[in-house]
Design a protein around this ligand. Structure first.
Ligand code: ADP
Ligand code: MG
Length: 369
């Protein structure tokens, strides 16, 4: 089921009676979630991810705009009539019920032609439990399960009604690191097996990048960029998106375009054709540095951390916006750890230039546009 948001906006009235200021939690959100895909909604806390999800679900009503499921306008439809399954960060299971009763619960309220017999309910419950691999735990109470197992029960409960759309709001946040990894792969597997159109909300860029077919990066209620994870990483439209994606994060420097050359501080990096002179930010991904004796970028070497296949070189540069410059270089390339200075050549496709004022991307000659 394709889900389409057209100019969806959500304005909350001020919480503070004295000030008139409203909160625009979601601002003119227009996007189509393709049928059967897993879309990651990504951004820092407070950027409007949950509000967007709740509007798709029907728990919140948009202040403006329309929402379609397929060709149906669902903007005014209550949640129970939308055919959505919702999973929250805190699993919100009923503590006094068994796993079986928890999963079956949404089926017991079905009315009219949707009403199921007891046998049908049990069968559907077992199917959902098998899908998330907890069919051996059906007689337990939630308190007898690990966090990861509880979250699987919550996912089974969301799936048991065979929703048209599955909505997950930070479903892994309460799990420890190892379970988080495992459960996110599990979610991907379930999504691919069922083919249910899924929206996955997270503030964790790595999580979103690793399982999404597409990511939507948001800031202050506004969509910044939509695309395949790798596309958005390689080709961010502004400094915010560049910084938000990637670990270790992109290295940012102040620089300038002068007389057809790109400068980082005083270092003359490369020719940029006939772009006009302007002040810029230069972003270099950690994997974009090549140690080279006569390289144009001159950094002060702090230390080298060996990580097996790669080494992480920590240095400083007078024009760096961050306290240190972190590069990841192949362990085969020798780095003189006793030297005071390390010089780098920069891989052109790992170099991102942004207007200093607008923070929008400036495309260098070879990048088109
Ligand atoms: P996220 O899920 O990305 O962390 P939210 O969608 O929860 O962000 O919130 C977006 C913005 O809307 C925040 O500034 C938040 O304080 C505000 N907000 C969310 N819900 C309400 C509400 N019920 N009343 C007033 N403001 C709200
Ligand atoms: Mg949220």
């Amino acid at each position: 089921m394709k889900v389409e948001l057209q100019h969806v906006t959500k304005v909350f009235p001020s919480r503070n009676k004295k000030s008139e200021e409203e909160v625009v939690a979601v601002n003119d959100f227009t996007f189509t979630i393709p049928d059967g895909k897993l879309v990651g909604l990504l951004g820092p806390s407070g950027c409007g991810k949950s509000t967007t999800l709740y509007m798709i679900c029907g728990l919140q009503k948009p202040s403006g705009g329309k929402i379609f499921f397929g060709e149906d306008d669902v903007t005014d439809l209550p949640p129970e009539n939308r055919g959505v399954g919702l999973v929250f960060q805190n699993y919100a299971l009923y503590p006094h019920m068994t796993v079986r009763q928890n999963i079956m619960f949404p089926l017991q309220n079905l009315k009219g032609t949707d009403k199921l017999t007891k046998e049908e309910m049990l069968e559907r419950t077992l199917g959902a439990a098998k899908l998330v691999q907890i069919d051996n735990l059906l007689d337990r109470k939630p308190s007898e399960l690990s966090g990861g197992q509880q979250q699987r029960v919550a996912i089974a409960r969301a799936l048991v009604k065979m929703p048209r759309v599955l909505l997950l709001d930070e479903p892994l946040s309460n799990l420890d690191a190892r379970l988080r990894l495992q459960t996110r792969e599990e979610i991907k597997r379930i999504q691919q097996k069922t083919g249910i159109t899924t929206v996955f909300v997270t503030h964790d860029q790595e999580e979103a990048m690793s399982i999404s077919d597409m990511i939507v990066v948001m800031k202050l209620g506004v969509i910044q960029q939509i695309g395949r994870p790798q596309e958005v990483y390689d080709d961010p439209v502004n400094l915010f998106v560049a910084r938000f994606l990637g670990t270790p994060p992109v290295n940012v420097f102040t620089g300038a375009i002068r007389d057809g050359y790109l400068y980082v501080g005083e270092d003359k990096l490369l020719p940029v054709g006939d772009l006009p002179d302007t002040e810029v930010y230069v972003g270099i991904r950690p994997e974009g540095f090549i140690p080279q004796a006569d390289g144009p970028l001159r950094c002060h070497l702090n230390n080298v951390e060996v990580m097996g296949r790669d080494v992480s070189v920590v240095s400083t540069h007078p024009a760096s916006v961050n306290p240190t410059v972190r590069s990841i270089v192949n362990a085969d390339i020798p780095v003189d750890t006793s030297a005071e200075t390390i010089r780098y050549a920069i891989k052109p496709h790992k170099l991102l230039v942004f207007d200093r004022e607008t923070e929008k991307r400036i495309y260098l000659g070879s990048e088109g546009k």
